[in-house]
Design a binder for this molecule. Structure first.
Ligand SMILES: [Zn+2]
Length: 321
C-alpha cells in the first residue's frame, strides 16, 4: 500500500478543505471546516486532524501518503512553506509545510491558490490540451495562475501571478487590501466594489438621477453588497449599468495586461463575483479589451470547475512530489 495516496488542502478565506486521493487523482474522501485563525499553528493543526481522520476513513495509512499539496492565497514564502502577512488571514506568519512534514513524514509543497486553480483547469477543466493558459479569480480579491508553453509559473516565493496587484489606475484613487494604491483588486474585487461605487457616486451629480443607489449613498453604503449593484443593473437601472460598464473597462485593462504579459490561448474566469454575474462581468470587459492590448485577444470563458478547483489543483501538485 505504500505511496499510493496523496493529501491535498485548500486554505481559503472561510474554509479549510482537505482531500485524500489515489495515485490517479481520484478523490477517496474529503472534508472541510471553518478556518481556525486563533493562532499561527491553528491551520496546520486543522489540516493534520482532518487528514488523519480521512486516512482512517479510507483505510490509507499515513505511511501510504507520497506527498501533500497545500494551496492558499498569498503572499507566501514557498521555500519556507509558510504564509507571510496573508491578505485574508489576520496573522503575521502561518507555518504550514514544516509542521505537516513532521506529522505525516512526507514531502509538503505550498502553492498559491491561483497557481493551484490553473493547474486544476489544465488537468480537469477547460484547459486540457492548452499549453498557454491563464486562470483569473474575481472573488473577495483578484488572483491568478499562469501556464506558459506548458510550464506552470511559480516564482521565487510562489507569487508569480499576483495579477490583482497589477496597477491599473495611475491616479491611485483607491487603496488595495495589500495597502498600496491603484491596484486592479482595489477597484473590481468583491470586497472593494462597494468602495468603488461610493467613490463614483461622489463624483457624479445625482440631482436629476432616479436610482436605488441614491438610497445606499444616503445610508453611507452601510449595508451595500456588490450583488446589490449587479441586481440593480439586471433590473435595468441606468446608473448601475453605467458603473458596471466602468468596472468592465477597468477589468478590460486588467485582462489586457494579463494578455500582454503571458499571451494565453485561453483565460478561464472563476470566483464568486464572476460566477454569480457572468454576463455583467465578462461582456463589458470583452467589448473593451482590444482597446488595451496589442496581442491577439484570447478566448475568455467562465471556468467549468466549481469552488473545489483549488483543492483539486493541490492534489494535482501533490501527485508530482
Ligand atoms: Zn494590492
Amino acid at each position: 500500500m505504500k505511496n499510493t495516496s496523496v493529501l491535498g488542502a485548500d486554505v481559503g478565506a472561510t474554509w479549510v478543505r482537505v482531500a485524500i486521493s489515489d495515485s490517479s487523482g481520484k478523490v477517496l474522501a474529503k472534508d472541510k471546516e471553518p478556518i481556525d485563525i486563533s493562532s499561527s499553528m491553528g491551520i496546520s493543526t486543522q489540516i493534520e486532524t482532518i487528514g488523519k481522520k480521512l486516512c482512517r476513513q479510507t483505510g490509507c495509512g499515513i505511511e501510504d501518503l507520497s506527498g501533500i499539496g497545500i494551496a492558499s492565497a498569498g503572499p507566501m514564502n514557498r521555500k519556507k512553506g509558510k504564509l507571510v502577512s496573508p491578505s485574508n488571514i489576520p496573522l503575521d506568519e502561518v507555518p504550514l509545510a514544516d509542521p505537516l512534514e513532521k506529522s505525516f513524514n512526507t514531502g509538503v509543497e505550498l502553492i498559491n491558490d491561483g497557481v493551484s486553480a490553473v493547474l486544476a483547469e489544465s488537468k480537469y477543466g477547460a484547459g486540457e490540451g492548452h499549453d498557454n493558459l491563464v486562470y483569473i479569480t474575481i472573488s473577495t480579491g483578484i488572483g491568478g495562475g499562469v501556464i506558459v508553453d506548458g510550464n506552470l509559473l511559480i516564482g521565487k516565493n510562489g507569487n508569480a501571478a499576483e495579477v490583482g496587484h497589477f496597477t491599473i489606475d495611475e491616479a491611485e484613487k483607491l487603496k488595495c487590501g495589500c495597502g498600496r494604491r491603484g491596484h486592479w483588486e482595489a477597484f473590481c474585487s468583491g470586497s472593494n466594489i462597494p468602495g468603488f461605487v461610493e467613490m463614483k457616486l461622489r463624483e457624479i451629480d445625482l440631482s436629476d438621477i432616479n436610482s436605488p443607489l441614491k438610497a445606499d449613498k444616503k445610508n453611507d453604503f452601510r449595508d451595500f453588497h456588490p450583488r446589490d449593484l449587479f441586481e440593480y443593473a439586471r433590473a435595468g437601472d441606468d446608473l448601475a449599468l453605467e458603473l458596471v460598464e466602468e468596472i468592465g473597462r477597468l477589468n478590460a485593462i486588467g485582462f489586457a495586461t494579463v494578455t500582454e504579459a503571458y499571451d494565453p490561448e485561453l483565460i478561464t474566469v472563476g470566483g464568486g463575483v464572476a460566477l454569480n454575474n457572468p454576463e455583467l462581468i465578462l461582456e463589458p470587459m470583452k467589448e473593451k479589451i482590444a482597446n488595451h492590448t496589442q496581442n491577439e485577444v484570447p478566448e475568455i470563458i467562465i471556468t467549468p470547475l466549481e469552488e473545489e478547483n483549488v483543492l483539486y489543483g493541490a492534489i494535482a501538485r501533490a501527485l508530482t512530489l
